[in-house]
Design a protein around this ligand. Structure first.
Ligand code: TMP
Length: 206
């Protein structure tokens, strides 16, 4: 049966290695799986991602940023996510609308009303079956992310921005426990993966 699974968290919490881990578990369980990401996942979406992460010069307005996230999402749903779900596949997506609530809603302080309207417009009643939030204090994320490449436009934000993003993810998990699970990502990788596997079993994904 097709399921839509998304992975979220602030920078440096281990999204990339855990995405691979989840894909392996799904495949071992015999599921055909499409792995994709937001913003991105389509030609147009990747072009928008490039603007969103690397635009220079005049500062981008928060509304323009929000609308581009949803433009990329509309294209992604149309070209990749909905066709895969209709074909009975598992879709595993690196970030989705919970990131918009966290980054634009709380990080940029746009609030949730505009996002909720766009969510309904673009997605109707489609929501991920399961969102795993990799949660860790921002200094843990910062020190791990800092070892990688130069920060992009969003990664350049200050600590208070990422604190709001983290708090928002935690609140979303409290509000929607039936579809959002928090995993303690400050622990060693092996223990993080034990928790992820437990979540996938508890939410009847595996
Ligand atoms: P990443 O997926 O490589 O971590 O980078 C994507 C960046 O885009 C990350 O900083 C989070 C940000 N983002 C938003 O601000 N809003 C969104 O809706 C999504 C999907 C991502």
């Amino acid at each position: 049966m097709s399921k839509f699974i998304t992975l979220e968290g602030i920078e440096g919490v281990g999204k990339t290695s855990n995405l691979q881990f989840i894909e392996n578990l799904l495949q071992e369980a015999g599921h055909s799986c499409v792995v994709t990401r937001e913003p991105g996942g389509t030609e147009l979406g990747e072009a928008l991602r490039n603007i969103l992460l690397h635009h220079q010069g005049e500062a981008m307005s928060a509304d323009a940023e929000l609308l581009m996230m949803f433009a990329a999402r509309a294209e992604h749903l149309d070209k990749v996510i909905l066709p895969a779900l209709k074909a009975g596949k598992m879709v595993l997506c690196d970030r989705f609308t919970e990131a918009t609530y966290a980054y634009q809603g709380c990080g940029r302080q746009l609030g949730e009303e505009k996002i909720a309207q766009l969510e309904t417009w673009v997605q109707g009643d489609l929501r991920p079956n399961l969102t795993i939030v990799l949660d860790a204090p921002i200094d843990v994320g910062r020190s791990r992310a800092g070892r990688r490449s130069a920060p992009d436009r969003i990664e350049k934000e200050k600590d208070d921005f990422f604190q709001r993003v983290r708090d928002c993810y935690r609140q979303l998990a409290q509000r929607y426990p039936h579809r959002i699970a928090l995993v303690d990502a400050s622990l060693p990788l092996e223990q993080v993966q034990t928790q992820i596997k437990r979540v996938l079993l508890d939410y009847e994904i595996l």
